[in-house]
Every structure is written in C-alpha cells, then in structure tokens.
Design a protein around this ligand. Sequence first.
Ligand SMILES: *Cc1c(COP(=O)(O)O)cnc(C)c1O
Length: 369
Amino acid sequence: MFPFIDLAKINARFDLRSAFESFVQSAQYIQGEESVRFEREFATYCGSKHCIGVSSGSSALYLILKAYKQLGKLHDHDAIIVPTNTYIASVFAITQNNLTPIFAEPSTQDFLLDTSALESLLTPRVRAIMPVHLYGQLCDMERINAFAKAHNLLVIEDSAQAHGAYLLDSHTRAGAYGDVGGFSFYPAKNLGALGDGGAITTDDDELAATLRCLANAGSTSKYTHTLDGINARLDSLQALVLRTKLALLDSDNAHRREIAKIYASAITHSEIILPHYRISSPHSHVWHLFVIRTKAREKLRSHLTRYGVQSIIHYPIPVHKQLVYARYNHLELSIAQSLQNEILSLPISQVQSIEDTHKIAEILNAFVL
Ligand SMILES: *Cc1c(COP(=O)(O)O)cnc(C)c1O
C-alpha cells in the first residue's frame, strides 16, 4: 500500500507524551504560555512582527477581512480578486464578510494566479487581492505587490499550503510578503496540528491588535467586549504540538523537495505532465501537493488504485461552480474548468520513503492507455 499521507507516522516522530503531561498539570488550556511561545516562534520563523494563533485556516482568512472592515479599510460590497482554483475557504472569507469575489484564472503553467490577467480583472470596487500559494508554491509576490501598490490594494496571502516557502531569503517566508497572511494547521498541512488550528501573520500593529480582539470574543480584558468578535482562539494544546513540530518543518520541507525531485526525474510517461516549479529558487516550493496533469485521469486513477497507490483530486470543482455559489455558476473560466478534469495529486509527505517514491513512479510509467 502507498498511502497518500501517513499522519500517524508523521506524528509518531515526536515525543508528545511528556509534554502533554506537563501541559495537563499547567491548567493553562486557553491562551497559556504555550500559545504565547508558539505565536512568537512562528512570527520569527515567517519573518513577521506579529502572529495571532486562531482556530483554523478558515477563521484566519475570515478574521483578516473582518478586521479590515472593522478598521475601515474594506467596506460592504468591496471586491477582492481571488483564484477560483483554491480550497473554498479562501472565498468563504470574502462572501461571509459581505464582500464580492472577483474570480481569477490560473496560469496553465504552474496553476497559480495568472498575474498577466490581473489588470483585466480590475474594477473600481476592487480593494484587495488574495493570492493563494497553491500546492505549496509561492505566487509571484513581486509582481502581485507591485500591482497592488499601483492600484492601492491590500494583499492577503492564503498561505495555508505553503508554510516555510521563501523566494531567496529565509528571513521572509510565505505570509510575510503581503500585508497579512493566513495559515491553516489542519493535520495534513506541511505543519499540522492534532486537530484544527490556524494563524495570522502581519507587521501591522493596529491590524494585529484588532485581530487578537476579534478572535477572542471581541475582548482584550475579561468580560469587557469592545468589538463584535467571535471565539476563534488557537487551543494551547495545539500550540504545544505545533511548537514541537515547527522544529522539523524545514527538514520536512526539504524531504518533500527530495520526493518531488525523484518524481520529476523518474516519471517519464508521455501522457503525464509534471508540475512546473522555479528551478532557480527551489525553496519557493514546499510541495504540499505533487499534482500531475493527464487527459486520461480516470483511467490512470483506476490503474493507481489497482496497484495500491492512493491519489486525490485537489480540487474537483472550481469554487465558482460550487452549488453554494449558484449566483456565480454562470461564469465560464475555461482554464480552471479544464484543469479540474486533468489534475491528480500523488502521494507525498515528510515520511514517504525514497524507495516507495521510486515504486510509485514505476507504477505510473507502467500505465497503458
Ligand atoms: C486548508 C486550506 C484552508 C482552510 O484551512 P482550514 O484549517 O481547513 O480551515 C484555506 N485555504 C487553503 C488554500 C487551504 O488549503
């Protein structure tokens, strides 16, 4: 069997038992010392001034936009450019804040936001852009930031798949290129909790204070509520797990890069298109997913299943075609819609062996149409 990802094996590498015992003894289950420490360490790791731990990646993105509205930087019905080939939470954050998504097409090369099309998406209502570092690869942040600056837009990085990715200098990583970044620590992410978790990174003091208050029931001191907030705090227990696992994030990402390199040289099937990445800046991709393209996807998937290789489709339906977004279903975004029928994610993780990776490549190469 070749599992898509083996979470038990990933987490068995850490001695969480003794840490857990002292955590239980500490009785600081919410916003305790572990939360403070994790926030400080993750902020430093990403190269941001602030990190606010929250309950999930979805709540991170939701709170970012809610905080900008609170600060008067966004208003009802303002528009935000967002790729349609993303996990739906990116767009939920927009619509649930009474803002309007402007769906963008991906580039056919790397499946990331097509920056050459940004100008054509601009309307007078556009106030922000939400690049998604899809599959673990940094978007072209230089170009996106220049575009945002020219048009006075906020840049919100959906970094839920790209923990640790950086272009050239490891002092600035995903989540620290734009105005603010949202992270998910869903168990299968490159940095995963033992449950749900998320974080927000920013250099903006005012935004950070507003976010902290909004995520803590609108309160900065107990039973005094200044904002219309929600309870979206990061559990101290998850903070403890994440602190422990953060120590291995760079070497985990390096291993994923190694797996990707093996796939890229060992998969030679003519019907399979390999994922594109920037060879000159290998650290800009942390390979959350290894996504191939093929016109024969369904047949290839059955072939893989027959040989015990798990595969997943990320994502089978572009967001603008989801039932919940019936009001956008009429949109035709042909690139995203054609990709949706051809993409397939292969097993990849920090605990996948080199040997298994070669075997999976061989199974792929043996596929007969
Ligand atoms: C995982 C993910 C999210 C949401 O994170 P949750 O913690 O599951 O709420 C948002 N955006 C992207 C791109 C993701 O992959």
